[in-house]
Design a protein around this ligand. Structure first.
Ligand code: CU
Length: 196
């Protein structure tokens, strides 16, 4: 349909109002509503990590996925997890390789492989060496996560897999860290779990 030319400014103004209104709606939805009323269905996340002495990188997240079924994947400390026939899909989390995002009510299953690494000896104090053959793993934060599979604190022997499943019912900033004195930089072997 051809509009008469004299109506064009009116159409233009109406168009601007529609654009402004929808932009305002998006703004209201994203910045006013979502921060107060959005709730999340609890999800089950799988977090795959490696653990090596801090001098060689410490904990490192290699993949993250949502588990879309109630049964946990098969697990063996020598072979690791078995995702054959498991209903899951990958997602991309934080990019620093150490931070895990979750929502209150989420369950996280960790799969952590202990990488072998010879720890250096300190010269000061003299001959202080770290002869660890395993890393440890635990979580601390504003609440105590419910452990539904595995144990916490746990042990990650070099060359073996460790798994633990925890549910976060309290929001806040958690940290996970090694509990075995494995290297001079052991106390820095840690990462964050942001539960929002
Ligand atoms: Cu360690």
């Amino acid at each position: 349909m051809q509009l008469p030319k004299k109506h064009l400014p009116v159409v233009g103004i109406l168009g601007l109002i529609v654009v402004a209104a929808s932009a305002g709606g998006v703004y209201y939805y994203q910045f006013v509503i979502s921060h107060t009323s959005v709730t999340y269905l609890p999800s089950h996340r799988l977090v795959f990590m490696t653990a090596i002495i801090e001098e060689q990188g410490g904990f490192h997240i290699t993949n993250t996925a949502f588990l879309n079924q109630t049964n946990l994947p098969g697990f063996d400390s020598s072979k690791g997890y078995n995702l054959t026939g498991v209903n899951y899909h990958n997602y991309t989390g934080e990019s620093d390789g150490k931070t895990i995002d979750a929502h209150v009510g989420d369950t996280i299953t960790f799969y952590i492989y202990g990488l072998n690494a010879t720890s250096p000896c300190n010269t000061t104090p003299a001959n202080q060496c770290w002869l660890s053959t395993a890393h440890g793993f635990t979580i601390s934060g504003p609440g105590t996560p419910d452990v539904t599979n595995g144990i916490l604190p746990g042990t990650i022997p070099f060359g073996k897999w460790y798994t633990v499943t925890v549910t976060f019912n309290t929001g806040g900033s958690y940290s996970y860290f090694c509990t075995i004195n494995c290297s001079p930089k052991h106390t820095q072997m840690a990462g964050q779990i942001a539960v929002t």
